[in-house]
Write a protein that binds this ligand. Structure first.
Ligand code: BTN
Length: 265
């Protein structure tokens, strides 16, 4: 616990009636790593929020690096220790919708979600989510929701831009201090995480619209190949329900690697 600051979160945002506990770090390897380490050591509490000034080994999905220059972005990991297991996809969806709520609250109205874990404006990535567990025991489940949000970056390294388009709130003409963005995000995140238990239908209803997929001809890429059809349903139990040329087809969310509007449709 040396070199870190533990304090209640302002404005006392609660999660399932429990207060978030803010664990502030300087520059660390990765807030997800710090959160998982505390869980392993038995020191974690439900609702812990690890926030770092910067990360040297910030990680994204599929082993990618999350560039985390000090003081430029929000690097946050939330610990959940629920009573029973949760589908990780539900957490990714809840965190994604919270990021979209935040983007709209700060005036970035054309942001949308991109399956599975991106917040984008046009094709440019503004934020990403990485939900992790380590040695999950179903009788004592734990989850870490890692969120990286580009806030104050004026530019990004050429190597990153060569891979994909990226943006920040600042580049989108939204100038907000990191502390404000953190507080706003925790407020909407608490609401969306509560819906995982209390109103999953709300998340299921909001996601297709947030990703601009509802009623559209879409393409779902899986390890077995791509499925094309009109999206007829989205829920955590059955996944994506498509009306394809051959009838109805369902793809479980954990099998959907990419989902996008079908350019051939
Ligand atoms: C992605 O888009 O691939 C997910 C990016 C997640 C980055 C965040 S930054 C805070 C937390 N700590 C990490 O090492 N990763 C996540």
């Amino acid at each position: 616990m040396r070199g870190i600051v533990v304090e209640p979160c302002w404005p006392h945002t609660t999660l399932d009636g429990m207060e978030f506990r803010r664990i502030g770090h300087g520059v660390v390897d990765s807030t997800n790593e710090r959160a998982l380490a505390q869980i392993t050591e038995g020191l974690a509490q439900h609702g812990d929020v690890h926030v770092a000034v910067g990360q040297t080994l910030g990680r994204g999905r599929r082993g990618r690096e999350w560039i985390s220059d000090a003081g430029q972005g929000l690097y946050m990991s939330v610990v959940l220790l629920p009573q029973s297991a949760i589908q990780p996809a539900a957490l990714t969806v809840a965190a994604g919708l919270a990021l979209l709520d935040l983007a709209r609250d700060v005036g970035v109205v054309d942001a949308r979600l991109k399956w599975p874990n991106d917040l984008v404006v046009g094709q440019a990535k503004l934020a990403g989510i990485l939900v992790e567990t380590r040695g999950l025991q179903l009788d004592r489940p734990h989850y870490v929701i890692g969120i990286g949000l580009n806030v104050l970056q004026e530019s990004f390294p050429d190597e990153l831009l060569a891979e994909r388009d990226v943006t920040s709130l600042l580049q989108l003409s939204c100038v907000r201090p990191l502390e404000d963005v953190e507080r706003l995000l925790l407020t909407v995140l608490a609401e969306r995480l509560a819906q995982v238990e209390s109103a999953p239908q709300q998340l299921e209803q909001d996601y297709p619209r947030a990703a601009r997929l509802d009623g559209q001809g879409i393409c779902v890429e899986t390890a077995e190949g791509a499925y094309r059809g009109v999206l007829e349903g989205f829920d955590f139990e059955h996944g994506l329900t498509l009306r394809t040329a051959d009838g109805q087809h369902q793809v479980l969310l954990e099998h959907a690697h990419q989902v996008h509007v079908d350019s051939q449709g």
